[in-house]
Ligand binder design. Structure first.
Ligand SMILES: NC(=O)c1ccc[n+]([C@@H]2O[C@H](COP(=O)([O-])OP(=O)(O)OC[C@H]3O[C@@H](n4cnc5c(N)ncnc54)[C@H](O)[C@@H]3O)[C@@H](O)[C@H]2O)c1
Ligand SMILES: [Zn+2]
Length: 671
């Protein structure tokens, strides 16, 4: 390589890596795998070493990849939050060990191994035993103050008690979404017709930076801590971990002190597949020199400590034959292609099927039936196809995949909505999985909660032509149910009782149950509270809908369309006749005054004396209106603690008056 070529390459790599960093840290998205990313970075590191004169000002090798945002207050870290140098090979790990030995000039040392938890790092500052601040890593020097969001994480102690607690100290840890929580979240999203989230790490990162902490609380984030900083009297990392445990911090019980690098290798091999059984995603092992005094002597580079390194596991991949593609139709009519594979053993289990997501993905991979494909088990439960083993393709035995154009269940021609990757079967009322899916959605715990009905019973009711829509459930007779396999007098009574009982379900649950696209449980509650009964909601114009608290354009459009569909209108009529609740039990806030008439509000942040919902009620009771976002039409932005600076900026720019909780109280009193 000539110098000129090297320069060109360095510039190109810098640009490329910075691009992927921005995607990863700002938008929580990825276009390439971590492995590919790390390879690019490694190449740049090597080139910069050889040609330091071409190193760019904004070189990603010199700094931590993240940034701060404008949505939160910026906080400077007391101790910088650095990255970790990483490797995928045991040889390089052995080199690391040699560097450590050399740096410590032959004196004995030990390692401490932990798993590398794949989430977002957080710095927790405790003052007098009380959690004072939770700050993201940001650019390593400064981060976002996300304390209110951190406080919703149950495993993060808000106050610690015990002996010898230092007056101030900092704890570092990783916030993550446990696998089961992540899967549940995706199930709920699929249920209401939202796209699945791609991976748990990105979702956790997005959640930590949400503006509304009540929403964060619902996401059930978790946190493991792995580092203690400050004047704690500890002399080794192991001792720090012990202290953290004694103060009831959540420490993963997967660590191990290792006497030498060979024990480290053993640890790495031990966890290679075992880690897949853990409740969260991990992507490697972090190896730290145990003695804090030795850590200090080894010191830091601009970007990472010299006393620690991350050994990353390559995602486990295997090649197997693609026997065919089948297609699944979901409740919302969305079609998902599934790869049917020659069964193969991979990382602890036999893999027979893998998700192919959608037609674009099949095209991107250029898949043929009969191909040998690489299957990978990443963090997700469902394995994925990552590519074709082109060397094994024989043109006479493989054939290109033609994506289906008709529904595999009912034969209706599939459609594609603009901007969406999935194909849909539009036959809402005549397509079996859609019908059964709607009933399953209807009876679930968070909806009508009819637990005497299950998937199998629904299937039978459907096949016997007894139930084709939720309203049919309320017409079921004893003699109908007796036709079902395994149903005797007692179980029939049970089932009928459960259906009868469901008539007491409150309006917000009914609203969720009827299955309006994008209306999840939380949105249903908001709508029920704001519109109070189904008629007001059904007759609301699009403009009125977007004005409802926290209803955006997508939801407003979907609700509007739902109620204009004659089929849906008929179904609601029938459910209403059956005696379901279509009116909120919550007392309508009694009109108190007109003091806020013609005034519009947006509520943002956290308040000292009121919950947000109380404030909403107060505004409505006194004749005011609530808008969903800051715009030129808005009169007042009611701002609590931790409102993002960007909202404030926008309001200021548009000339919206910003008021505090106290100002608002004065306003109510007419002062
Ligand atoms: N695919 C992409 O486009 C893309 C883009 C940017 C970054 N990335 C990935 O992110 C990595 C770079 O991210 P990084 O700089 O945050 O480094 P890193 O995530 O590889 O390592 C540092 C982080 O590890 C975490 N960690 C987890 N368990 C730990 C433990 N037990 N002890 C100490 N720390 C622990 C901490 O949060 C720490 O901040 C890259 O290696 C790459 O894999 C991927
Ligand atoms: Zn269909």
């Amino acid at each position: 390589m000539t110098a000129a070529q090297a320069q060109k390459e360095i510039i190109a790599l810098t640009e490329k890596i910075n691009y992927h960093n921005t995607l990863y840290y700002q938008q929580n998205r990825t276009e390439i795998s971590d492995y590919e990313f790390d390879q690019l970075l490694e190449k740049l590191i090597q080139l910069e070493k050889e040609y330091p004169q071409f190193k760019q000002q904004d070189s990603p090798t010199q700094r931590v990849g993240g940034t701060i945002t404008k949505e939160f207050e910026t906080v400077y870290h007391k101790y910088p939050m650095l990255s970790l140098s990483n490797t995928y090979s045991e040889e390089e790990l052995a080199d690391f060990d040699k560097r450590v030995a050399k740096g410590l000039e032959g004196e004995p040392y030990e390692y401490f191994c932990e798993l590398k938890f794949d989430g977002v790092s957080i710095s927790l500052t405790y003052e007098n035993g009380v959690l004072a601040r939770g700050v993201t890593r940001g650019d390593g020097v400064r981060g976002d103050n996300v304390t209110n969001n951190v406080k919703t994480i149950r495993n993060v102690p808000l106050r610690i008690t015990g002996k010898n607690i230092p007056p101030a100290f900092e704890v570092r840890g990783e916030i993550f979404l446990p696998k089961n929580v992540f899967n549940q979240l995706n199930k709920e999203r699929e249920d209401i017709g939202e796209e699945r989230y791609a991976n748990a790490r990105n979702t956790a990162a997005g959640t930590v930076k949400m503006q509304d902490s009540t929403e964060v609380a619902k996401r059930k984030l978790d946190c493991y801590v792995y580092s203690l900083l400050g004047d704690t009297g500890s002399s080794s990392h192991a001792q720090s971990i012990q202290m953290l445990e004694s103060w009831n911090f959540n420490v993963s019980q997967t660590y191990k002190k290792c006497k030498n690098i060979n024990e480290v290798f053993e640890y790495i091999r031990h966890w290679e597949t075992k880690r897949l059984e853990l409740p969260l995603e991990t992507d490697g092992v972090v190896i730290k020199v145990n003695s804090l005094e030795q850590q200090e002597r080894l010191g830091f580079t601009a970007k990472s400590p010299r006393f620690a390194i991350a050994y990353k596991y390559k995602a486990q991949s295997i090649s197997t034959r693609l026997n065919g593609v089948t297609y699944q139709v979901g409740r919302t009519g969305a079609v998902t292609p599934v790869a049917e594979l020659q069964p193969v053993f991979l990382a602890g289990t036999t893999v027979k099927r893998a998700s192919l997501h959608n037609a674009n993905e099949i095209e991107r991979l250029q898949l043929h039936i009969g191909d040998y494909v690489f299957v990978e088990k990443g963090g997700e439960i469902i394995p994925k196809v990552t590519g074709v083993d082109h060397e094994k393709r024989k043109s006479n035995t493989t054939q290109p995949i033609t994506y289906i154009d008709k529904c595999p269940e009912c034969g209706t021609k599939l459609i594609r909505y603009e901007g969406e990757a999935a194909h849909y079967c539009p036959n809402i009322t005549g397509c079996a999985p859609q019908i059964k899916g709607r009933i399953e959605h209807f009876i679930q715990r968070k909806a009508m909660d009819i637990d005497s009905l299950g998937e199998r019973t629904i299937d039978q009711l459907y096949k016997l032509d007894l139930v084709k829509s939720p309203a049919d459930l309320y017409d079921l007779k004893r003699e109908d149910i007796l036709k079902l396999e395994g149903f005797k007098d007692k179980s029939v009574t049970n089932l009928l009782g459960g259906i009868e009982q469901s008539k007491n379900t409150p309006f917000e649950s009914v609203l969720f149950a009827i299955g309006i696209r994008y209306v999840g449980r939380t949105v249903a509650e908001k709508l029920a509270r704001y519109f109070r009964n189904i008629d007001k909601l059904a007759n609301a114009s699009y403009e009125e809908l977007v004005q409802a608290p926290e209803v955006g354009e997508k939801i407003a459009q979907s609700v509007f369309e739902f109620f204009r569909n004659p089929e849906n209108q008929r179904e609601i009529q029938r459910l209403r006749k059956a005696g379901l609740k279509f009116e909120s039990d919550l007392k309508e806030p009694e009109k108190e005054s007109d003091i806020l008439a013609n005034k519009s509000f947006v509520i943002s942040g956290v308040f000292e004396r009121y919950e947000r919902e109380d404030l909403q009620d107060l505004i409505l009771k006194n004749g005011g209106r609530i808008l969903s976002g800051v715009s030129g039409k808005l009169d007042y932005l009611l701002a609590g603690d931790n409102m993002g600076p960007s909202k404030r900026e926008k309001a200021e720019k548009l000339g919206v008056t910003i008021i505090s909780e106290a100002d608002f109280e004065k306003m109510l009193k007419g002062q």
